[in-house]
Write a protein that binds this ligand. Structure first.
Ligand code: ATR
Length: 280
């Protein structure tokens, strides 16, 4: 990787940030498209977030991604945020322009594009979606699904209050279901999404019996380590179509790269294999 004194700079800000796959991903695209630019990790303590972000435009930095724990905190200091970021109450992409800083959120886009790229014929409007979990990822997933015309979302979470909060702030098309009743609603599902951390390496397994799920229902997991979670494995063995989670990370990065570096990058199998090295 080479870049000159005129290189465009962007990066990812988090605390911690060393686990982030974004530098690998964006620097792959920069090299692939021979763009004079660089994408760097920026470990910023939450106490310093305001100072650091306010300084970005004065350093000639094009913008950055934000990851845990900065996605909500940053909003109060921005000059503007997109409608989707406002709806989600979280920002994952910043753009610096003319001394001002704008925020948007590309997680919903990434989630939806991942499904569309794997199953182009999938019709979101054809039936209800069951969403497991009610953290930040679930909020993005629900916002994306509603924009695609999903008629109803059954949202179920161990802590019911968090699911109710998402329903109250996003849409009346969301129906909150008790975590204990999660298997009862599977019979209606056209799409099943896991947004919890259950099934991720180092976390407990997701406990769910898929017997009632129609075998035409699409099953997807936002966990990508392991790439094929137990949920996806079980679903695949019983004949359900499945989509793994790494594509959400790859696709959510596309709009930011285009804004900062001026080229719309492609998510290819080569990129996917490259990013997956070492995380399978
Ligand atoms: P993110 O922002 O990435 O979505 P998060 O906010 O930490 O991450 O959310 C993690 C999700 O996994 C939550 O829905 C959490 O449920 P609670 O809201 O009840 O905490 C869910 N989760 C984590 N461990 C769980 C467990 N042992 N059983 C059930 N749900 C669990």
């Amino acid at each position: 990787m080479t870049f000159s004194g005129a290189a465009m700079i962007a990066g990812v800000m988090g605390y911690p940030v060393k686990h982030s796959l974004s530098p690998k991903l964006h620097n792959y695209w920069l090299a692939h498209y021979a763009i004079d630019g660089v994408y760097i990790p920026m470990e910023v303590h939450p106490d310093n977030l305001v100072k650091v972000v306010s300084t970005l435009p004065y350093m000639g930095i094009k913008g950055c991604n934000l990851t845990v724990p900065h996605k909500e905190q940053v909003i109060k200091i921005l000059d503007g945020i997109s409608e989707i970021a406002r709806r989600m109450g979280a920002v994952n992409t910043l753009l610096c322009e003319d001394g001002k800083i704008f925020g948007t959120n590309t997680d919903a886009y990434g989630f939806i594009q991942n499904i569309k790229s794997h199953v182009p014929s999938f019709d979101f409007s054809k039936g209800p979606t069951v969403v497991l979990g009610a953290g930040g990822a679930a909020r993005a997933v629900c916002a994306g699904l509603l924009d695609e015309g999903v008629p109803r979302i059954y949202l179920t979470n161990r802590t019911r209050k968090k699911a109710e909060h998402i329903r109250d702030s996003i849409s009346k098309h969301i129906e909150v279901i008790d975590w204990e009743a999660r298997e009862d609603i599977l019979a209606e599902a056209h799409l099943l999404v896991n947004t919890t951390t259950l099934g991720m390496a180092g976390f407990p397994e997701l406990d769910i019996n898929l017997n009632r799920l129609p075998n035409t229902a699409l099953v997807t997991d936002i966990v990508y380590k392991p790439l094929e979670t137990k949920l996806l494995h079980t679903a695949r063995l019983r004949g359900n179509p499945t989509v793994d989670g790494i594509g959400m990370l790859l696709h959510q990065a596309v709009p930011g790269f285009e804004m900062w570096f001026g080229a719309r990058p492609e998510v290819t199998q080569t990129l996917r294999d490259y990013v997956l090295q070492g995380i399978k």
